[in-house]
Ligand binder design. Structure first.
Ligand code: SAH
Ligand code: SF4
Length: 344
């Protein structure tokens, strides 16, 4: 809400906007028209919506604001990765990362300012949760990064700050707007949510009609290790998580990814590897091994490089599809887990 008590119109997903417009006596086609102005064209005011009747524009301007994040900072990595710090309408800041590659652009966006989960290896978690983002604040990150790079976004991943499934409805509304031809027109399979693994929300996600992609931050298949690395989900038995993910794969036919950041002396031992192989064997999944990125003050260190190869080979022998992620943007702290809250 602004000082005048107006709501940010981009906080509304398609359904909510449709209801608001029908309450104003507007025909159904107005919803798509307005969404296209807001998200496909990125206008900053109702005045720019030239195909709306002037009376409707005035009425909307009396009820709603059109908020657009402002760029506070942009850093460019040697490898072309760009990290953006955005200032939102209330002054809160969040980060996004643009990962251009030949004719593609993937944008890593935040779903919350900060995060309540407190994972030991993650810079975002160390600062706690500031607030949830609304749908438009997520879509805007992707649109503005694409604008800055002068290309279309071909993919987006909810892997910036925040836990998307702790802000489920807004995240789903944002993914739908990113997917829609009235919005960013990104294919559903190129829209990925990464979660710390909340089983009930994974089940809800499996029943959504779109073909969105799922990644789960696993980081250990040993309960005690995972509980200490990820205190926010320490109450969740690994068996429940495994079943929810297997049900997701059965129901959707899509292959979920387990993210596994190798932390030296914590989750890179032979015992951890055996547990990971047992956890993954026999279910449709992909394991993405990531060198843990350094986070100041965490006391955790990256596993030696050969551990990644040892893990990858053992998983492959067990028939588990595996990749070793190439690190990008580390020189500007834009790599996984390095996004943090700053005053700007
Ligand atoms: N909250 C969600 C999405 C944001 S975190 C989640 O946890 O999945 C995005 C990814 O970065 C997750 O896979 C997370 O586990 C990983 N990550 C966090 N800190 C990291 C670090 N220091 N090194 C490597 N990956 C990290
Ligand atoms: Fe939150 Fe994900 Fe970071 Fe954990 S890894 S603190 S869930 S953003």
């Amino acid at each position: 809400m602004s000082d005048a008590g107006r709501e940010d119109i981009k906080a509304l997903g398609r359904e909510e906007l449709g209801r608001a417009l029908s309450g104003l006596g507007q025909p159904a086609y107005r919803t798509g028209q307005i969404l296209a102005w807001l998200h496909a064209r990125g206008v900053r005011s109702f005045d720019e919506m030239t195909d709306l009747p002037a009376a409707l524009r005035a009425e909307l301007a009396g009820r709603f604001d059109v908020n657009v994040p402002s760029l506070a900072e942009c850093q460019v990595s040697r490898d072309g990765t760009r990290k953006y710090l955005w200032r939102l309408a209330d002054g809160v800041t969040v980060e996004s990362v643009g990962l251009p590659e030949s004719d593609r652009l993937t944008v890593c966006f935040s779903t919350q300012a900060g995060c309540a989960m407190g994972c030991a290896f993650c810079a975002t978690g160390r600062g706690g949760l500031v607030r949830d983002l609304v749908a438009g604040e997520m879509v805007d990150q992707v649109r503005l990064v694409a604008e800055d790079l002068g290309v279309r976004a071909t993919g987006a991943v909810a892997m910036g700050q925040g836990e998307p499934f702790a802000n489920y409805d807004a995240t789903l509304a944002a993914l739908r707007l990113m997917n829609s031809p009235d919005g960013l027109g990104i294919g559903a399979r190129h829209l990925t949510v990464s979660t710390c693994g909340l089983p009930e929300r994974i089940r809800a996600f499996a029943s959504e009609p779109e073909q969105f992609t799922l990644a789960i931050s696993l980081h250990s298949a040993v309960q005690a290790t995972r509980d200490s690395l990820m205190p926010g989900v320490a109450g969740i038995p690994l068996g429940d998580l495994r079943r929810a993910v297997a049900d997701y794969a059965d129901r959707t036919g899509r292959r979920p990814t387990f993210e596994y950041a190798l932390v030296g002396g914590v989750n890179d031992s032979a015992g951890e590897l055996r547990a990971l192989v047992a956890f993954c064997s026999g279910s449709l999944c992909h394991v993405n091994l990531i060198p843990a990125n350094p986070v100041e003050g965490s006391g955790l260190r990256r596993a030696p490089a050969d551990r990644g190869r040892v893990f990858a080979e053992a998983l492959a022998r067990a028939g588990v599809e595996t990749s070793l992620r190439r690190e990008r943007g580390a020189d500007i702290d834009a790599a996984c887990g390095q996004l943090r809250q700053r005053s700007g």
